[in-house]
Write a protein that binds this ligand. Structure first.
Ligand SMILES: *Cc1c(COP(=O)(O)O)cnc(C)c1O
Length: 345
């Protein structure tokens, strides 16, 4: 078999949810958009439902289908993108709760699904989704009369605890929701970690559940083990890969591994101090990352390994993200479709 193995530790996922939940006195939901941050929304959802999560969030109504099938009826599934044209049947058939983002969406919802649960998303300064203060002021009475199940907003800078934007959005959210007798939610992972002022009635962490920053205490959830297809010995001066990007300075042994940028190992990882691990021994990734292959200097190993590990406790999703100049979210959601995923719980 020449496909890499992505091991997903569902127990670690559940522990991360419980530990985040323990930091608040409010409800803790779970964000499972983008197929559960690439790890399979159905399995992630089922695991977190068993751990005690009662509400889930997805980005698009379509993402609610597999999740609903996995967690069964009764638990809440909310949709950040609200009620888009064409969503009505999905929202109804799979009991999804749209977070309405505009007057347009509100009218569509009340007209096509009267009595169907909904929430409201407010824009408190991020300028991405949700009703702005003026629009909200105009429709607030009508919206509240229909009893939304949640009013939410989203923080733009919560991964920087000292950023003034956090306080600003908190104040905006408080003002815009004052006097509304409806459960409120402002915080994802970052906001949850900012402390109780930001918690309101429900927090909605995503990345922290999957082991990503800014939740530094998270348990790692994934491990990536990549088979060695071939090894070869190089004399000093010989080069490796496209563009001759790496030159052996000593007699070297190179292992070629079965994963590349088509599997989410970004080309930007070249020369960024990334390693492939044989047990605890780090071996440098050398040369360019190809579409389906990476090359590793295993000269210091005393054996030829069958596989090497690219994501583990020493080199986490965050390590790769920093090396590639991106964030853990992008590493997770780019994990290759070719990987054989195995789940342990
Ligand atoms: C993605 C998202 C979340 C979860 O954010 P994390 O940073 O992954 O915890 C919560 N709310 C909204 C509106 C989102 O788009």
């Amino acid at each position: 078999m020449s496909t890499a193995r992505l091991k997903i530790n569902l127990e670690a996922l559940a522990i991360n949810w419980r530990n985040l939940d323990a930091r608040t006195n409010c409800e803790t939901a779970a964000v499972v958009k983008a197929n559960g941050y690439g790890l399979d929304a159905a399995r992630v959802g089922k695991t977190l439902a068993d751990a005690g999560a009662r509400n889930f969030f997805v980005a698009a109504a379509e993402e609610g289908i597999a999740l609903r099938r996995a967690i069964g009826p009764g638990l809440g599934i909310s949709v950040f993108s609200g009620h888009m044209p064409g969503d009505t049947k999905l929202l109804k058939d799979f009991q999804l709760t749209p977070m309405l983002n505009s007057l347009d969406q509100m009218l569509r919802h009340f007209e096509s699904l009267p009595g169907h649960p909904f929430g409201i998303q407010l824009d408190t300064g991020m300028n991405r989704l949700g009703m702005e203060p003026g629009e909200w002021a105009a429709v607030r009475g009508i919206a509240l009369a229909q009893s939304p199940v949640l009013i939410m907003s989203h923080l733009a800078c919560s991964d920087s605890p000292d950023h003034g934007m956090n306080e600003h959005q908190l104040e905006m959210f408080t003002q815009m929701t004052e006097g509304a007798d409806v459960p409120r939610s402002l915080s994802a992972t970052g906001g949850l970690l900012l402390g109780p002022k930001y918690h309101f009635d429900l927090c909605r962490p995503g990345i922290g559940l999957y082991g990503g920053a800014p939740y530094d205490a998270a348990l790692p959830v994934i491990e990536l083990e990549v088979p060695v297809i071939q090894t070869r010995d190089l004399a000093p001066g010989e080069t490796v890969g496209y563009g001759n990007a790496w030159t052996a300075q000593r007699p070297s042994r190179i292992a070629t591994l079965a994963a590349g940028y088509a599997d989410g190992l970004q080309r930007a990882l070249q020369n960024r101090g990334i390693h492939a691990y044989s047990g605890a021994v780090p071996c440098p990734v050398v040369g360019r990352v190809s579409m389906d292959l990476v090359t590793v200097d295993i000269s210091d190993l005393d054996h030829i390994p069958e596989a090497l590990t690219l994501i583990n406790e020493s080199q986490t999703v965050e390590t790769l993200a920093t090396a590639a100049g991106t964030i853990g979210y992008e590493i997770l959601t780019s994990l290759g479709h070719r990987y054989a995923r195995t789940y342990s719980s």
